[in-house]
Design a protein around this ligand. Structure first.
Ligand SMILES: Nc1ncnc2c1ncn2[C@@H]1O[C@H](COP(=O)(O)OP(=O)(O)OP(=O)(O)O)[C@@H](O)[C@H]1O
Ligand SMILES: [Mg+2]
Length: 317
């Protein structure tokens, strides 16, 4: 039986800021599991604790409490690190390098042979669309180009698990789509992809599993479909009315009513007897145009979960 790709158990992190003599509780007990072969979206607003979780996973900072493992190895682990690709949130690059040199350097760190480095770098430069920028130094790269170079760097060691901190940040809609496609391609190759974002449409489109984090705690977790199910809010019915008909009866109990000319659209709460409502509409001489479920978007859900979250962020001095 294979180990999960990533296991995080009750992870806690309190930062101490020496000058202000204050503690910041960035993670207050985060637990989740990423199965192999999954695309896992880690979603949360600014300051939620995404980067802290990821930096802990990569062994760059020490948790205050809790544990984590990658591919069955407790972190920090050199064995695991070799099999993981990592895109940091704000990649720092040596300005004077070209993308080819950057990738070569990454390959050296993973102990790849010169021939393997060249071959892999060429493949990746093409894959991330930096072919035409080969001769430019990274100093001249736009934010989106740097993001692509960072992605290529993260894939240099042909990792089994890919950890990406905001891989779509700084990219335009086409660039975002390309990164989504790249992530899907990685999954098709059997890899596990764990990525953070604060944009929900990025995870709705491609993930197998989503965890929403806010204020250092998970607020919700499930498949995008489960989260959508959780968000069923009502039924919208649109009818065409016979002229001059009174609509008060049809509007009773509706959450929202919109009338444009002879068209009446009402949003009925999820527990309404819709059949009975339609029967009444018929009796009133109305023609049904459409009946459709109404979902809260993941965006709305996100705002609601965040609003419900405990407001204590900072620990006592
Ligand atoms: N080195 C640090 N020292 C003190 N506090 C920190 C440090 N790094 C992060 N924090 C605090 O920890 C909390 C979580 O920050 P983190 O960077 O993990 O959030 P994030 O979800 O990645 O946010 P963003 O979407 O802005 O990248 C924030 O309150 C942040 O101010
Ligand atoms: Mg971050």
């Amino acid at each position: 039986m294979s180990e999960p790709a990533i296991v995080v158990r009750d992870l806690r992190k309190t930062y101490r800021t020496p000058f202000r003599r204050k503690k910041v509780e960035a993670l207050s007990g985060v637990t989740f599991t990423v199965e192999r072969g999954q695309i896992f979206g880690f979603v949360g607003p600014n300051g939620a604790g995404k980067t802290t979780t990821i930096r802990t996973l990569m062994g760059l900072i020490r948790p205050t409490a809790g544990s984590a493992a990658i591919l069955g190895h407790a972190i920090p682990s050199r064995d695991a690190r070799r099999r993981v690709g990592f895109l940091p949130e704000a990649p720092y690059f040596y300005d004077y390098l070209t993308v080819g040199e950057l990738l070569d350097l990454a390959g050296r760190l993973f102990g790849m042979s010169a021939a393997a480095r060249t071959k892999r770098a060429n493949e990746l430069i093409e894959k991330v669309g930096l072919d035409r920028a080969r001769s430019q130094s990274l100093k001249k790269f736009s934010k989106g180009m740097l993001q692509r170079a960072g992605l290529a760097q993260a894939l240099m060691n042909d990792p089994e698990v890919v950890v990406l901190d905001e891989p779509m940040s700084g990219l335009d809609p086409i660039g975002r789509k390309e990164v989504r496609d790249l992530i899907l391609e990685l999954r098709d190759q059997g890899k596990t992809v764990f990525f953070s974002t604060h944009i929900l449409s990025d995870v709705e489109a491609i993930t197998d599993e989503v965890a929403i984090i806010a204020r250092g705690q998970l607020q919700a977790q499930g498949s995008p479909a489960e989260l959508v199910q959780k968000t069923l809010r009502g039924v919208e019915v649109t009818v065409r009315l016979a002229a001059d008909v009174a609509t008060a009866e049809l509007e009773t109990g509706a959450e929202r009513v919109r009338r444009v000319g002879t068209e009446l659209a009402v949003v009925l709460p999820a527990d309404t007897d819709v059949d009975a409502w339609i029967a009444r509409a018929h009796t009133a001489g109305a023609k049904i145009i459409s009946v459709s479920p109404r979902h809260e978007t993941l965006e709305d859900l996100f705002l609601r979960e965040v609003a419900n979250a405990d407001t204590t962020v900072e620990a006592r001095p």
